[in-house]
Write a protein that binds this ligand. Structure first.
Ligand code: NAG
Ligand code: NAG
Ligand code: NAG
Ligand code: NAG
Length: 304
């Protein structure tokens, strides 16, 4: 009897505690930041279709790629509003993608903002970019509609012509590679600011393949230095003046269409300097701490 009375008296407390736990759990399960005004950097990301396609084909035997008709160009991945020191915000409102809003530029989007990952829904790439990032970008008058958002991507794809920037330092697609410093500085010198360069490691050849290049802008669309130390990308480090997750030890391959179909037979070139091994050690220790951090975060999540 006594226990039951106690329980009755504690009932409101029990409900409050239960709802608090419920709220906390919901909060944990929905980590998306959603404050659409709270960002300061635009990360404009372009991708090298050959690398993207090669990895897509390897991911599943049934996959196929759609490649741009002009096979020398880099294509748009996205315009990503970002708060320094974090990732996102994302999915800022429920204004969903509507294909008819972009019908007048769709033929250009199919060339320059192409959904390389064929055998996904044809508009799914644009839909994802708009719903996740466009809805946060739209607080700026210049990006306030779907049409303006996608037009800006096409405009920047021309303004920041990566093929030309790389070519100006005689860097062109091939099966051999270049040091990441050389690739990086060609773009850096062209925009006078620090970009970010990302690679993927091919699981068969272990080659470091140039994959995506980010250029950062402020809210007035002035190019600024990207700053991975403050967030954006987990594995990107600053090595000397280079911001990258590409290999610092081996050459980085900017693959041509034929180099991948012919197979990569070039031996790995090792740059043997003390600086390289120091930087690699740094990269490894950083990944170690990220793993610990993630484990702790998981434990906190799991125990709440
Ligand atoms: C959203 O971000 C702005 C700018 O940082 C801040 O002033 C505002 O309080 C935030 N609003 C919410 C609901 O967090
Ligand atoms: C590829 O497609 C075939 C036919 O639709 C299917 O049977 C098979 O499971 C698919 N393979 C993979 C790896 O998804
Ligand atoms: C998409 O936009 C068109 C024209 O602006 C409109 O008629 C249509 O209802 C919209 N579709 C949805 C699903 O909102
Ligand atoms: C793209 O995918 C569709 C449907 O899955 C297929 O019919 C088409 O041949 C593919 N295109 C290319 C270029 O492989």
């Amino acid at each position: 009897m006594l226990c039951r009375c106690l329980f009755m008296r504690q009932w409101p407390v029990t409900i409050s505690v239960a709802s608090l736990i419920f709220v906390l759990l919901n909060f944990k399960m929905d980590p998306k930041p959603s404050n659409s005004t709270d960002w300061d950097v635009i990360v404009f990301t372009q991708r090298w279709p050959v690398t993207i396609c090669s990895q897509w084909l390897k991911a599943n035997i049934n996959n196929s790629c759609l490649m741009p008709t002009d096979n020398s160009i880099w294509t748009v991945h996205g315009i990503w509003p970002t708060k320094s020191g974090t990732r996102g915000p994302w999915n800022c409102n429920k204004i969903h993608f509507n294909e008819s809003s972009i019908s007048e530029i769709e033929s250009d989007l199919k060339k320059y903002w192409i959904n390389i990952e064929n055998n996904t829904k044809p508009t799914s790439f644009w839909e994802h970019e708009w719903d996740k990032h466009g809805t946060c970008a739209m607080i700026l008058p210049a990006l306030n509609t779907e049409l303006n958002f996608f037009r800006k991507g096409l405009e920047w794809n021309k303004a920041f012509n990566l093929r030309e920037m790389l070519l100006s330092r005689s860097i062109m697609p091939s099966s051999s590679g270049y040091t990441i410093e050389r690739i990086y500085n060609s773009v850096r010198n062209a925009i006078n600011h620090n970009p970010i360069m990302q690679c993927v490691v091919d699981k068969d050849t272990k080659e470091s393949l140039l994959s995506e290049i980010q250029i950062c802008l402020d809210r007035s669309f002035n190019v600024i230095d990207c700053d991975p130390v403050k967030g954006f990308f987990e594995n990107v480090i600053q090595a000397g003046n280079v911001l990258t997750d590409c290999s610092l030890k081996k050459v980085v391959v900017y693959p041509s269409h034929t180099s991948l179909t012919d197979g990569l037979t070039e031996p790995d070139v090792i740059l043997e300097t003390n600086i390289q091994s120091t930087l690699d050690a740094l990269l490894e220790s950083r990944n170690y701490w990220i793993t610990i951090y993630k484990t702790i975060k998981f434990l906190i999540w799991a125990t709440i």
